[in-house]
Design a protein around this ligand. Structure first.
Ligand SMILES: Nc1ncnc2c1ncn2[C@@H]1O[C@H](COP(=O)(O)OP(=O)(O)OP(=O)(O)O)[C@@H](O)[C@H]1O
Length: 247
């Protein structure tokens, strides 16, 4: 059974139908790259999964529980439980500026999971080691590079032990020379079999790391396949036309 099952998702902002009919099925441990033109609805789709946007119709199932079924949302308690299984990483990092790196990592699990201080400290140190930033534990976000900020954001998401990570253009706000260090961490997570949906303009990442690439245009998934199929098979015409514009 797929760990994420999205069926016939619809979402409008006023008169604009941003998600027209989006369906998506992701298997546990799969890495799915979502590509497509600006404004096609990629972020809205991802934000709907994390319940940062409320959808107008359709269903989202995570594991064996429905966040929303046929447009009807589960109870607040259930939604909280379901969304806690997902971590999200944003384009603009969204770190808390008044907290140190360690403070950023420890806040949510302290408040939500009520983990004891020693355990929090140990977990945070382990994850900062993993993303190569243990020496920055007591630094404030303002004193980090963009790449370092994003690695902190990834470590912070991992503090909650999510089963699924959602990435919304995690490298788009970075100078080109800083994207590599973030992509490297994401690649490592993929190798560790984290289930990931990555909205990205990094075609190299999509090609190298993703198990499946999905092309969204005008609020719908138009084409999908393995990276080889999507990037190299002439049948995927819409993706090809898009790629010739962005590459
Ligand atoms: N809160 C909002 N209110 C009104 N319109 C919105 C809102 N959020 C997104 N939109 C509109 O929805 C459409 C899809 O936006 P979305 O951010 O999902 O696209 P995207 O494919 O992620 O684009 P990009 O690659 O530029 O981030 C756009 O036309 C956008 O202006």
């Amino acid at each position: 059974m797929a760990i994420i099952e999205v069926t016939n998702l619809k979402k409008s902002f006023g008169a604009v139908d941003v998600l027209k009919d989006v369906s998506l099925s992701v298997q546990a441990q799969e890495v799915v790259a979502v590509i497509g033109p600006s404004g096609s609805g990629k972020s809205t789709m991802l934000r709907s999964l994390a319940h940062l946007e409320k959808i107008d119709g359709g269903s989202i199932r995570i594991g064996d529980e429905y966040l929303v079924k046929d447009g009807h949302y589960s109870s607040a308690a259930k939604i909280k439980e379901i969304t806690s299984r997902m971590g999200m990483v944003f384009q603009h990092f969204n770190l808390f500026p008044h907290l140190t790196v360690r403070g950023n990592l420890e806040l949510a699990p302290r408040l939500v999971k009520k983990l004891p201080a020693a355990e929090l400290r140990e977990r945070a140190s382990g994850l900062l080691e993993k993303v190569g930033l243990i020496d920055k534990a007591d630094v404030y976000p303002a004193n980090l590079s963009g790449g370092q900020k994003q690695r902190v954001a990834i470590a912070r998401a991992l503090m909650m032990s999510p089963e699924i990570l959602l990435f919304d253009e995690p490298t788009s706000a970075l100078d080109p020379e800083l994207t590599g260090e973030v992509l490297e961490v994401m690649k490592q997570l993929a190798e560790e079999h984290m289930t990931m949906i990555v909205v990205t303009h990094e075609m190299g990442f999509a090609r190298e790391v993703a198990d499946r690439v999905m092309f969204m245009a005008d609020g719908e998934f138009i084409e999908a396949g393995t990276p080889e199929q999507v990037f190299d098979d002439p049948q995927h015409e819409r993706t090809k036309t898009f790629l010739t514009r962005v590459l």
